[in-house]
Write a protein that binds this ligand. Sequence first.
Ligand SMILES: CC1=C(CCC(=O)O)c2cc3nc(cc4[nH]c(cc5[nH]c(cc1n2)c(C)c5CCC(=O)O)c(CCC(=O)O)c4C)C(CCC(=O)O)=C3C
Ligand SMILES: [Fe+2]
Length: 375
Amino acid sequence: MRDVLDATPYDALLLLSFGGPEGPDDVIPFLENVTRGRGIPRERLKEVGEHYFLFGGVSPINDQNRALLDALRKDFADHGLDLPIYWGNRNWAPYLTDTLREMTADGHRRILVLATSAYASYSGCRQYRENLADSLAALEAEGLDLPKVDKLRHYFNHEGFLEPMIEGVVRSLADLPEDVRDGAHIAFSTHSIPTASADTSGPVEGHGEGGAYVRQHLEAAGLIADAVRERTGVDHPWQLVYQSRSGAPHIPWLEPDICDHLQTLHESGAPAVVIAPIGFVSDHMEVLYDLDTEAKAKAEELHLPMRRSATVGADPRFAAAVRDLILERAATERGERPTPCALGTLGASHNLCPVGCCPARAPRPAAAGVDSPYA
Ligand SMILES: CC1=C(CCC(=O)O)c2cc3nc(cc4[nH]c(cc5[nH]c(cc1n2)c(C)c5CCC(=O)O)c(CCC(=O)O)c4C)C(CCC(=O)O)=C3C
Ligand SMILES: [Fe+2]
């Protein structure tokens, strides 16, 4: 007999993600949802719309999340974890407010949230907490009895998040022509964000150049690079680089951009490169367009052999990591002291975002943190 795992006090898991269009007619309304009040230039929006149209107006992100839901349900069933899983998005159906309403109607009172972002940042953490607060406010206005909502900690240094990416980089290296393989560089790529937003990412005491956002990515990249060295016996040079910049040109964002980095690698005589998109949980549009289309074209233009390694997606080891994170948090809520899985030196991230963590430009209510109005 399997052990029955205990997620008490939680009675449901909510997968919270970005959402994406599912056909050409969805693209513009989706982009309007994403950019409402965010000051992104019109030109950039038209350009990003074209990325989606290139793929029939369909973002891969929703199918990626459906696959992750399947993997999580299978993992929970196989391990005797009896916890229903729901799915809601910030920018497209199924919308978060509708999902939370359904969860409340189904009688759930203690909801744990898994966001599809592994790192600290306004976009990857606090903005999701603001979305939760907005949705709770909407349900409160409907007269519903609100559930308590908590969010899982950042998982950038969890073994089950890193392992599939380590394996992916090793596989991509093996896929390069033999004569350029050992000299190949690894470019760890993540979403660029405004430097001002990076500098204030994470808890206040860690604010400063790059903040928790850059620190956590450097940690994940270093851990992957170390493991790759151990497994291949080759010390591949690596660097953290950025992609998918938007915003006005006069506002500084994290650099170098992946395509500029490819140019630099080429000029310095690097024989090949593996791009490892560690900033993303699945192969969504930022990966399929910005890396597999744009960066690939740049590498071809430079005659620089390039491979793009896998994101975790619906890997069973990632599903197992989510189960581990749930059990860890549930035990903590019950007053126990579980040992958190966190590789490297930064340790396990906080369970509850402190005041001032990843602040917004204009302060707004955010749930699932110390300053949540919905304790
Ligand atoms: C840190 C970060 C992540 C990683 C963490 C996480 O995953 O949450 C992420 C993920 C994603 N970003 C996505 C799409 C977009 N992001 C945009 C705009 C922006 N992203 C930002 C940051 C991030 N974004 C920022 C600072 C902006 C500027 C405007 C603002 O301050 O909000 C825009 C507007 C157009 C543009 O300017 O590019 C789009 C369409 C999709 C869906 C892809 C698909 O459809 O498959 C995903 C997973
Ligand atoms: Fe984005």
